[in-house]
Design a protein. Structure first.
Length: 300
């Protein structure tokens, strides 16, 4: 039959008394009386059915049972102390681990991150990438994924509301005779990104140009790679408005056509639906949703 777990205050009194080999010193550490420490240790010994100390004229000595029990109790109390200080202590930096889609990190999050760090300087950040959303990262506190917003066991909050449109290097425009219609796409490679449901085929169909005969293009597993190749003049990438606004503002990319198509896919903040979320992760969640809402209102 299993022993019932003793009260935590009894265990703390035993651990302190065992370290000091003194009820008096343990009482000073725990802000209790010597009599209270002695009484709690007696209660613990009674529940366990074994003596933990030998009471000597000039102090205490651990019994064999006490020596065997002490390491486990000491470790448990230390772990509780560290966890309590990490989650609730003042002045301790918790490193928040964020698993982020690479293009979202570099084009959307990075320009805004200074505001988060200025507001919450005591929250450390660690970034890992998630090229494939099916992969798991048990160390991540929160994750940013691209898709329709539904993943088993995860709660998601939408961060972007994008329109799709072709982007290319200004140099490509200068070298071309005409960009008056979408037929010009047939003169240059299209830069495809695998893993997106709403890619070039979707966009051409929605704009009525599914018949367009385009040159053999290039394929990439990340959108950031396709956008960089477009900026280098290697063809047309399909830009998402929230991700390319900075590159267009900097003059690295241009959007030569007026046709735009709304996309139902989006970037979402995701986290376990029925598990503990660290307080710092909740702070980040609130902040990034606030940033996303402000960005959407600015565009409307």
């Amino acid at each position: 039959m299993k022993k019932r777990l003793p009260p935590l205050n009894w265990l703390r009194s035993f651990e302190a008394a065992a370290r000091h080999l003194s009820f008096t010193h343990a009482a000073g550490e725990l802000s209790l009386t010597q009599a209270a420490i002695s009484q709690q240790v007696k209660g613990l010994e009674s529940q366990l059915g074994a003596a933990l100390f030998k009471r000597l004229p000039r102090g205490l000595e651990l019994t064999d049972a006490g020596l065997a029990y002490l390491p486990a109790i000491h470790e448990a109390i230390q772990r509780l102390s560290v966890a309590t200080d990490e989650v609730f202590g003042q002045g301790r930096i918790h490193q928040l681990t964020l698993r982020v889609n690479l293009v979202f990190l570099t084009t959307w999050l990075a320009p805004r991150l200074g505001r988060f760090r200025a507001r919450y300087p005591d929250i450390g950040l660690r970034f890992t990438s998630n090229i494939w959303c099916g992969e798991s990262d048990k160390e991540a506190d929160v994750e940013i994924r691209y898709g329709q917003g539904s993943w088993a066991g995860l709660k998601s909050e939408r961060l972007t509301w994008d329109e799709l449109f072709p982007v290319c290097s200004p140099a490509l425009l200068n070298d071309s005779s005409s960009f008056e219609s979408l037929d010009a796409l047939g003169l240059h490679p299209l830069l495809h990104v695998i893993g997106y449901e709403e890619g070039w085929g979707y966009w051409l169909n929605k704009t009525g140009y599914s018949h367009l005969d385009t040159p053999r293009g290039l394929q990439f597993d990340t959108l950031i790679s396709a956008l960089e190749m477009a900026a280098q003049g290697q063809g047309f990438a399909l830009g998402r408005s929230s991700l390319v606004e900075g590159m267009i503002a900097d003059g690295r990319l241009i959007a030569p056509f007026s046709q735009k198509v709304a996309t139902s896919e989006a970037f979402h903040l995701v986290y376990p639906a029925h598990q503990y979320i660290h307080p710092h992760a909740e702070i980040f969640r609130s902040w990034i949703v606030e940033e996303a809402t402000a960005g959407r209102e600015r565009l409307e």
